[in-house]
Design a protein around this ligand. Structure first.
Ligand SMILES: [Mn+2]
Length: 396
C-alpha cells in the first residue's frame, strides 16, 4: 500500500493526481497545510501498517519527525520525501530525502515536476504528452515563471483549482490526463474562467482607487485592504504605481498582512521579518501584530487614496521631450521636463526646483513620493502650456 502526504495547494495536489494515476486504488492521499503535516507524519508512523510505502511531497518535516523517518527507513521502512524548497535542503543528507530547487538546466523545480520525474524513473508511471503538459503548467505556476512567459494557462489552472473543491479538481484532471492526448480546459471551464478573469479585473480596478501611500522604515508602501486575489493585486497595483517600493495588503478579518513587490532591489521577506513573519523576496506575510496594526492601519487611516495617472492622453504623456504635467491634492502643479539629453528638472507652480534628476523615472519618483501627484489630463496640460507661452511673451 502506498500513502502520499502532500501540500494542499496546486503543486501539492498535482503530486496527488500523479500518485492516483500511478497507483490507482493502491494509494491513500492526504493533503495538509504547512502546520498540519508533522502531526500527520507522526500519526502515520505510529498507526499505519509497517509495509507502508510513504511519500511526502511539497512540504518538509520538523527535527523530531526527521529522526523518526530516519529510524523508520533504517528499520527497512520505505519512505521518500520530495521537495523543492530551499529550507528543506538539509534533508538531502538522508537516503530518503530528495530536494532539488533548480535542475541541471537551471530551471526552477516544483514538487509535481520532481515527483513526476521520480515516478517515471522508477517505472511507476508511463509518461504521456498530456501529463507532461499538465506538470509543466503546475511548475510554471508554482515558480511564477508563467508570468515572465505570459503563460496564462498556468494561472488559469490555479484559478480553476480554487473555484472547485480539491476532490472535484482531482477527478476532472485525472480523467482528462487518462483519456486526452493533450491537456486543455473544456468549454464549461473556459466559460467560468473567463467570468473569473473579468471579476478579478473589476476587483483590481476598484482596489487601485483605494490605495494610500506612506513611508515606513525608509521604504514607500502602498497600503490596500483586500481579502482575496493577493498575488494578482500586488502585481497589478505594483505595476500601476512603480514609484512604490512594495504593496502591503491588509486582511482585517484574517488579521494578516501580505507584502508584494515587483522590484528586484526590494526584499519583502525582510519587511515581514520586522513583524515576525517571513516568505520570499517578492511575496511575504505576517500576522497583524499591535506594531504592524499601528504602522499600516492607524498611520494610514487618515490618508487620501492615490489618484491614477490620466491614461488616454495624446500630449501629456510620460518621458515626453515637451515635458509632463502633474498635479497634487493641493492643486499644485509639477512640470517635469528634460533640460538636456541626460537631465530632467521640475517646475513647481512655474518656479524652478533646485534638484536635477538623471532620468525621467527618478524625477517622477520624487514627485509621486513627496506629493502623491498624478499625471493630469490633456486639456489641463494644453492650458498650462498656453499660459506658459503668454507669461514668457509678457516678460520679453
Ligand atoms: Mn510547491
Amino acid at each position: 500500500m502506498y500513502k502520499l502526504l502532500s501540500h494542499n495547494d496546486l503543486d501539492g495536489v498535482g503530486c496527488g493526481i500523479l500518485a492516483k494515476i500511478a497507483f490507482d486504488k493502491n494509494v491513500k492521499v492526504k493533503y495538509n497545510s504547512v502546520s498540519s503535516l508533522d502531526r500527520e507524519v507522526e500519526w502515520s508512523l505510529e498507526h499505519d501498517d509497517k509495509n507502508l510505502n510513504l511519500f511526502i511531497t511539497d512540504l518538509s518535516v520538523n527535527e523530531a519527525n526527521e529522526k523518526k523517518l530516519e529510524a523508520f527507513y533504517q528499520a527497512k521502512g520505505r519512505v521518500k520525501l520530495i521537495d523543492h524548497h530551499k529550507t528543506a535542503l538539509h534533508l538531502n543528507n538522508y537516503d530518503w530525502g530528495h530536494i532539488v530547487v533548480e535542475n541541471e538546466e537551471g530551471k526552477l523545480t516544483s514538487a509535481t515536476s520532481l515527483y513526476y520525474e521520480f515516478l517515471v524513473a522508477e517505472k511507476l508511471l508511463a509518461p504521456t504528452d498530456a501529463i507532461t503538459e499538465f506538470v509543466e503548467l503546475v511548475r510554471q505556476y508554482d515558480t511564477w515563471e508563467w508570468e515572465k512567459n505570459e503563460n496564462f494557462q498556468a494561472q488559469r489552472l490555479n484559478a480553476l483549482f480554487y473555484l472547485i473543491t480539491i476532490e472535484e479538481f482531482e477527478e476532472k484532471i485525472i480523467n482528462r490526463l487518462k483519456i486526452s492526448e493533450h491537456f486543455s480546459f473544456d468549454e464549461f471551464e473556459t466559460k467560468i474562467l473567463d467570468m473569473e478573469d473579468n471579476k478579478i479585473e473589476r476587483y483590481i480596478r476598484r482596489k487601485k482607487r483605494e490605495i494610500v501611500q506612506l513611508e515606513i522604515s525608509g521604504l514607500f508602501a502602498g497600503v490596500v485592504y483586500a481579502e482575496s486575489y493577493h498575488s494578482e493585486l500586488g502585481n497589478e497595483i505594483g505595476k500601476a504605481y512603480p514609484h512604490l517600493d512594495y504593496i502591503a495588503i491588509i486582511n482585517m478579518g484574517g488579521k494578516r498582512l501580505g507584502f508584494r513587490t515587483i522590484h528586484d532591489n526590494i526584499d519583502v521577506s525582510e519587511v515581514a521579518g520586522q513583524f515576525g513573519g517571513g516568505g520570499h523576496a517578492k511575496a511575504s506575510g505576517c500576522s497583524l501584530s499591535d506594531e504592524a496594526y499601528k504602522q499600516y492601519v492607524v498611520d494610514s487611516f487618515h490618508l487620501e487614496p492615490l489618484r491614477e495617472d490620466a491614461h488616454r492622453n495624446r500630449y501629456n504623456v510620460k518621458q515626453s521631450s515637451f515635458g509632463s504635467l502633474y498635479k497634487d491634492r493641493k492643486e499644485i502643479l509639477y512640470f517635469l521636463h528634460p533640460i538636456n539629453d541626460r537631465e530632467w528638472a521640475i517646475e513647481r507652480n512655474q518656479a524652478k526646483m533646485e534638484d536635477i534628476y538623471a532620468s525621467f523615472i527618478e524625477g517622477e519618483k520624487y514627485i509621486k513620493r513627496n506629493y502623491a501627484a498624478w499625471l493630469v489630463r490633456d486639456d489641463y496640460f494644453v492650458n498650462y502650456i498656453m499660459d506658459d507661452i503668454k507669461i514668457r511673451k509678457h516678460n520679453n
